[in-house]
Design a protein around this ligand. Structure first.
Ligand code: ZN
Length: 154
C-alpha cells in the first residue's frame, strides 16, 4: 500500500466512524461553524480546565466526508493537549493545507503525525480546504469564547 492509499484509508475510516462525535460531558465552551459552499455544519464542544488544558473535546454536525473526517481527527489529536500546544498544531495544520509545509511538532507521536498528514492531499483542492479547516477554526472560536458562528465565506 503506498502512502496515498494509506492516507485515503485514514480519511475514510474517520469519515465513516468519527471519533468523539457527541456532546462531551461537562463542556464549558462551544462554538458553531458553517461552510455554505459545501453545506458542512460543525458544532464543537470543549472542556478546558483552569490550567488551560483541553480536557475533553467533541463535535456534532453533518457535512461531507472530508469535513467530518477532519473534525474527528482534530478531536483525537487535540484531546488532552495544552491549549497553547493545540494552537501550534492548528497553525501547522493550516500551513500544511495552504502551503504544503511539513509538520514539525515535537509533542506529536508518529501515529498522530501520520493521521494529520492524511489530510495533506486536500491542498490540491481549494474548495476542499474549507471543508478540512472548518472544525479547526471552530475549535479556536470555542476556546476563545467567540459567540459568532464561523463562516468560511466571511
Ligand atoms: Zn465539505
Amino acid at each position: 500500500m503506498d502512502i496515498k492509499e494509506l492516507y485515503q484509508e485514514i480519511i475514510l475510516d474517520h469519515g465513516k466512524n468519527p471519533r468523539n462525535k457527541n456532546k462531551c460531558e461537562g463542556f464549558n465552551k462551544n462554538a458553531k461553524g458553517h461552510n455554505p459552499l459545501c453545506g458542512d455544519k460543525i458544532h464543537v464542544y470543549l472542556k478546558i480546565d483552569k490550567a488551560k488544558n483541553v480536557e475533553d473535546i467533541s463535535f456534532e454536525g453533518e457535512g461531507c466526508a472530508i469535513s467530518i473526517a477532519s473534525a474527528s481527527i482534530m478531536t483525537q489529536i487535540i484531546k488532552g493537549k495544552e491549549f497553547n500546544v493545540a494552537k501550534k498544531i492548528l497553525e501547522q495544520f493550516l500551513n500544511m493545507l495552504k502551503e504544503g509545509s511539513k509538520l514539525s511538532i515535537n509533542s506529536l507521536s508518529d501515529d498522530e503525525n501520520m493521521t494529520m498528514m492524511s489530510l495533506s492531499g486536500v491542498k490540491r483542492f481549494p474548495m476542499r480546504v474549507k471543508c478540512a479547516t472548518l472544525a479547526w477554526h471552530t475549535f479556536i472560536n470555542a476556546a476563545e469564547g467567540q459567540k459568532e458562528t464561523v463562516n468560511t465565506e466571511k
